[in-house]
Design a protein around this ligand. Structure first.
Ligand SMILES: [Fe+2]
Length: 453
């Protein structure tokens, strides 16, 4: 009898088992079915999990999903990058890039130090960096300090001093320094804004018009992460409590997530940025035991997780891993409630580090409010299903459920003090009225009472 897909998520092929045994983590944790991710069988189920369901404490994986939604490495990544990644380490990969690629892109080059604490390879402060090192005085622009050439030189210097284990270097948030024109895949459904992303296609381009049914979706400065075996991101919660659509193009990587709210805040407070490379200390082992999900990401996986819970990653394959993330806010009421907690400064769920700056947070909230208002004003579609019309396999979602989430989201934001201040009194009234109108349309026979807060 075939093993259900959900169970298969926790099962390992012999080669994977051998690879993970070498990682030095307890195998019973890696194979615990209670901590397994939720595997789904097709893009339709994945889209439902993404846009309709509560995925706050889940990792949802569509195996081979990148090919099915038109986001394979060949389609979504520039060829100069895919070619360079054939090398065995991040340093070798970066050394293979040409001067133009190095000067036009940026990334944080991170690595764990002897004590397992995450560090970053930083060049000498500007402007000293401009006359330090061979061939670096290529620009008098301050942005040259932030480019990949400077970061590569800093990593080379650490390597020379014996402070860096080459395989553990992690290139984080790689993207362009300057904006460029929108991708053709985005222009196809009317998105013409310029971008700093180095990706040629996004997950948003698969859903196209359906992706509008979200409060936020970032394809402007989304980053790509490239790592050698033993590299990864330490335990953290993202700056905003949003969701992440992940594209895992290469290699094998472990992704760990923890329960939302107070538990995540406690872990950030007690062991923020802690790396999970072996040998694991007592604290790391205890933390892994209370993880909500431990997922092995395989090449070609399209996946979904929350950046609003504590999470950490570890590359485990000999070949380089490469993953891209798009952050978004879907409209399931629990996800909206969670994102509204961003910036909470007191109580058990307050984070003591890594929270977005006030100005940026205000800008984000304004963007979400604008997007919500535009969706509420849009002529409601009369069809029972809304279809994706972008890349790859198409999907269709029930209009009633999307509209219901929209109405709920409008109420949640209207009753949230930060959004109420932005929307002002009349704006709050408009949000509530629009929400009522939608709910009345959906359930005309029932007399409803306004609730919220
Ligand atoms: Fe993150």
């Amino acid at each position: 009898m075939a093993v259900p897909l959900a169970q298969r998520a926790a099962q390992l092929a012999p080669k994977e088992r051998a690879m993970l045994e070498a990682v030095g983590w307890p195998m019973e944790l890696l194979e615990d079915p209670l901590k397994a991710p939720r595997n789904v069988e097709n893009p339709q189920k994945f889209a439902e999990a993404l846009l309709l369901e509560d995925h706050l404490e889940e990792v949802v994986i569509l195996p081979d999903g990148l090919r099915r939604v038109g986001l394979s490495a060949e389609e979504a990544l520039p060829s100069w990058l895919t070619k360079a990644m054939a090398e065995g380490s991040v340093l070798k990969c970066l050394r293979r890039l040409g001067p133009q690629e190095l000067s036009e892109h940026k990334a944080a080059l991170e690595f764990p130090d002897d004590r397992g604490v995450q560090r970053e390879a930083l060049p000498r402060p500007y402007p000293f960096c401009l006359w330090h090192g061979e061939g670096l005085a290529h620009s008098s622009m301050p942005e040259a300090w932030r480019d990949l050439q400077q970061r590569l030189s800093a990593a080379e210097a650490l390597l020379e001093r014996g402070e860096l284990e080459e395989s553990q270097l992690y290139a984080c948030e790689m993207r362009r320094l300057r904006e460029r024109t929108a991708n053709a895949a985005a222009e196809a459904y009317g998105v013409t804004e310029s971008t700093k992303s180095l990706c040629l296609r996004h997950g948003r381009d698969w859903l196209a018009h359906l992706a509008k049914w979200t409060l936020y979706w970032n394809c402007y400065d989304d980053g790509v992460f490239i790592g050698g075996r033993g590299s990864g991101k330490g335990l953290h919660v993202d700056q905003v409590l949003w969701s992440n659509l992940g594209k895992h193009w290469r290699g094998h990587k472990i992704l760990v997530t923890w329960p939302a709210g107070a538990e995540s805040a406690r872990l950030v407070r007690d062991m923020g940025d802690a790396h999970f490379r072996a040998p694991l200390g007592k604290e790391q082992l205890e933390a892994l035991k209370c993880a909500r999900c431990i997922a092995l990401l395989r090449p070609g996986d399209l996946f979904l997780c929350s950046g609003g819970v504590a999470h950490a990653t570890l590359s485990v394959s000999d070949e380089l891993t490469c993953t891209g993330y798009e952050s978004l806010v879907a409209m399931h009421p629990r996800l909206v409630e969670h994102v509204l907690q961003t910036g909470t400064a007191s109580g058990p769920c307050a984070l003591n580090k890594g929270v977005m700056e006030c100005d940026e947070l205000k800008e984000l909230r304004e963007g979400m409010l604008q997007r919500l208002t535009a969706l509420l004003q849009e002529k409601a579609p009369k069809t029972s299903e809304l279809k994706s019309d972008g890349l790859g396999e198409s999907v269709a979602l029930p209009a009633v459920r999307l509209k219901k989430h929209l109405a709920e989201a409008a109420k949640q934001m209207a009753f949230d003090p930060s959004f109420a201040v932005l929307a002002k009194g009349a704006g709050v009234c408009r949000l509530l009225a629009a929400s009522d109108r939608i709910l009345e349309e959906l359930e005309p026979s029932q007399k409803r009472r306004r609730t919220g807060g």
